[in-house]
Design a binder for this molecule. Structure first.
Ligand SMILES: [Zn+2]
Length: 255
C-alpha cells in the first residue's frame, strides 16, 4: 500500500545520514538464518519464512537492480550485497512491516519481507540495495534529497512498476501541491516536507534529470551540500535549478 511507503522511507532517511549508519551492520549471523548465495547478492532468510519461499525471485530482482544501477550511474562498484530478510517490523526493530535499512560500509541491508510478493516488496528491497550500490559507487551524498531521491530514481522496472511508472504520474497528480526543488535540497526544507512527498518528488525530479542529461553531470552534483547546490547546478547544467525545475514540470505536464 502506498500509504505505508512513507513510513518505510522515514526509516531509510534516518539510516542514510545518521552516525550509526557507518558504525553498525546487521546482527551477526545466528544459526536461525538460512543463507542463499547468488552471483552478487547473498540472502539471509529465516528458515521456512515467506522470504525463503521466494528467495529465488528476490535474488533475481536484486541481481537485475544491481546491473541496472551500475549501468544507469556508470558505477565501477563490483562488490557483493548481503540482504537480510526479516519476518516482521517488530523482529527487525522497525516501526512497521514495510521498512528497511541500509549499511553501505558493510555492503549490507535489511528489510521486512511479508506477502504478497510483488511491487511493494521488490521496490523496498531494491531501494535499500540502491543505497549500498550508490554509496559504494559514488561516496556519500551531501543531502537527503540526493541520498533518498536517487535510491528510488534508479529503480529498475524489469520486475515491478514502482519506479518511473509510479513516480512521474504521482508527481503529475499532485502538480499543484508539489514542494519546490529548492526546498527539497535544503535539509531543513526536506525535514519540513511530508516524507512521502519529499521522497517521491525528489525521485521524480532526479529520474527526469538522469534521463535528460545523463549520469556524468548528476555525479558532479551528487556529493554537494545544500548551500553548494544552486551554483554548481548552474555551472554543470548551464542553467539554473529553477530553469531545470520548470523543464521537469513541463515534462510532467506533458505526460
Ligand atoms: Zn532510503
Amino acid at each position: 500500500m502506498r500509504a505505508e511507503w512513507r513510513r518505510c522511507l522515514a526509516v531509510c532517511a534516518a539510516a542514510a545520514l545518521s552516525a550509526c549508519h557507518t558504525a553498525f551492520g546487521p546482527e551477526p549471523i545466528e544459526e536461525n538464518w538460512h543463507t542463499y548465495e547468488g552471483a552478487r547478492v547473498t540472502f539471509f532468510v529465516r528458515p521456512g519464512s515467506f522470504a525463503e519461499q521466494n528467495v529465488a525471485r528476490l535474488t533475481e530482482v536484486l541481481e537485475d537492480q544491481f546491473t541496472s544501477t551500475v549501468a544507469s550511474l556508470r558505477l565501477t562498484y563490483a562488490g557483493h550485497l548481503h540482504a537480510y530478510a526479516y519476518n516482521s517490523g517488530a523482529e527487525a526493530n522497525f516501526p512497521s512491516n514495510y521498512a528497511g535499512r541500509a549499511y553501505p560500509d558493510t555492503e549490507s541491508f535489511r528489510f521486512v519481507a511479508v506477502a504478497p510478493i510483488g511491487d511493494n516488496l521488490f521496490q523496498l528491497a531494491s531501494h535499500e540495495a540502491n543505497h549500498v550500490l550508490i554509496t559504494n559507487g559514488l561516496g556519500r551524498a551531501g543531502t537527503y534529497f540526493m541520498t533518498e531521491g536517487l535510491a528510488s530514481a534508479v529503480l529498475s522496472e524489469t520486475f515491478h512498476q514502482s519506479g518511473r511508472h509510479f513516480l512521474f504520474p504521482w508527481t503529475r497528480s499532485r502538480r499543484a501541491q508539489l514542494p519546490r526543488v529548492s526546498t527539497l535540497i535544503d535539509e531543513e526544507g526536506w525535514q519540513r516536507t511530508p516524507e512521502g512527498t519529499a521522497y517521491n518528488t525528489s525521485a521524480s525530479f532526479l529520474a527526469w534529470l538522469l534521463d535528460t542529461y545523463g549520469p556524468d553531470r548528476l555525479r558532479q552534483i551528487y556529493p554537494l551540500r545544500s548551500n553548494q547546490m544552486p551554483d554548481r547546478i548552474a555551472s554543470v547544467y548551464g542553467r539554473s535549478l529553477e530553469a531545470l525545475e520548470a523543464e521537469w514540470l513541463r515534462f510532467i505536464d506533458g505526460l
